[in-house]
Design a protein around this ligand. Structure first.
Ligand code: ATP
Ligand code: MG
Length: 366
């Protein structure tokens, strides 16, 4: 018999496009994991934060969205965006980016791993060669929205958009990244920077990293300028373990890293409020993929793996035991099995359907 656990309340938001197709597969696997490891999960579905809702109501979410979600332990999110009817900046800023900012999800964690059975676009790599964690600052930096256009329509027209790095925001990001590096076998951290070109904010960012490094003397670290870092992601991806980056650089690297590992259809992400003051959000890296939506062929692995990250995070609650970590590891092993042995969706070179992969992962769990 297991000790009593607090129920984990999970908000389920499928969103748009293939989000609605991969979400049922993610839930199928989470339910299988909950049965196998006796995890008290409670799912609450919300039928908003999608573009049909916007067309009907003129906003992406109800006005009390924050109150509706604030009591949740996590948000399991599919994808948002349907540019044929609603511009992406409206749908994104009206939902996902509100969650990230209002729930202070200042860590965006994106693993990139090469699996057996997934064709790697880089020559000569095999499973296990690439295994990195990109830690992106998720609330400030280059995406500050501070700025404006002046003298519009005249010869003097110009535009300014500031980058804003706060000491608190940088320190908490870097501390999190160093602690994560310490918990991994290689204990290595790479800082993405551009202090040779951006001459005020980036040397300051490097200095914050050096301060954080002094608190984690057992972690080996170096800093690399974003241009050569991108080149090395492609040329020597095996040298990276934890990579810490500002909002913009992290955005770029966290598409590049998973791209080096084959399909975008398997890459998961976690948007974390590590203090658990607000719910954290778990979602695939990919978007709503209108080009393949409605055909039942989207790869659900990114959604499923994001669910595993969610269980791992939920297990970090103070009174919880090792079953959550075991469930995370079990799901990742089931994903390894299915990627190696099939079935395969078209992005993996096969003809299988979304539901085939979801069922196969759930079966591999049992
Ligand atoms: P974003 O929402 O980040 O702006 P996007 O709309 O530019 O992303 P995606 O929706 O991620 O892009 O789609 C990019 C490409 O990857 C498309 O061709 C899409 O079909 C493909 N793709 C995305 N997700 C999957 C998936 N789960 N399975 C198969 N193919 C996918
Ligand atoms: Mg999109």
């Amino acid at each position: 018999s297991y000790p009593t656990q607090p129920v984990a309340r999970i908000a389920v938001i499928a969103g748009d496009g293939i989000g609605r197709e991969v979400m049922p597969e993610g839930l199928r696997v989470l339910e299988a994991a909950a049965r196998r490891w006796a995890l008290p999960l409670e799912f609450h579905a919300f039928d908003w934060a999608h573009c049909d809702y916007y067309l009907a109501h003129g906003q992406m979410m109800p006005s009390d969205w924050k109150a509706q979600l604030a009591g949740m332990d996590a948000i399991y999110f599919g994808a948002v965006g349907w540019p044929a009817t609603v511009p992406d900046h409206v749908s994104l800023w009206g939902s996902l980016l509100k969650f990230r900012r209002e729930f202070d999800q200042y860590i965006n964690l994106r693993p990139a791993r090469l699996f057996d059975g997934v064709p790697c676009p880089l020559a000569g790599r095999k499973a296990g060669d690439i295994d990195m964690l990109i830690v992106r600052e998720n609330t400030e930096g280059e995406y500050s929205s501070v700025g404006g256009v002046m003298f519009e329509g005249t010869e003097r027209e110009f535009v300014v958009q500031e980058s804003v790095f706060t000491r608190t925001g940088s320190e908490r990001l870097l501390n999190f990244a160093f602690a994560l590096a310490r918990s991994r076998p290689r204990k290595t951290l790479t800082l993405a920077t551009k202090s040779n070109g951006i001459s005020i904010s980036m040397p300051w960012w490097d200095a914050r990293c050096a301060e954080a490094a002094a608190r984690y003397p057992d972690v080996a670290w170096d800093k690399q300028h974003i241009d050569i870092l991108c080149a090395r992601f492609v040329l020597q991806p095996e040298r990276f373990d934890v990579v810490a980056a500002t909002n913009l650089f992290g955005d770029i690297l966290s598409d590049l890293g998973p791209a080096c590992c084959g399909t975008i259809g398997i890459a998961p992400s976690a948007n974390l409020n590590p203090e658990r003051r607000w719910p954290s959000l778990f979602e695939p890296v990919h978007g709503s993929a209108p080009d393949i939506a409605g055909r039942g062929i989207a790869n659900p692995i990114a959604m499923i793996w994001s669910g595993a990250l969610m269980l791992d995070f939920l297990g970090g609650r103070s009174s919880c035991d090792a079953r959550w970590r075991a469930a995370h590891d079990g799901i990742v092993r089931a994903i390894e099995t299915v990627l190696r042995d099939g079935p395969r969706t078209p992005d993996l070179g096969g003809k299988a359907r979304t539901t085939d992969l979801g069922s196969a992962v759930a079966a591999a769990l049992a």
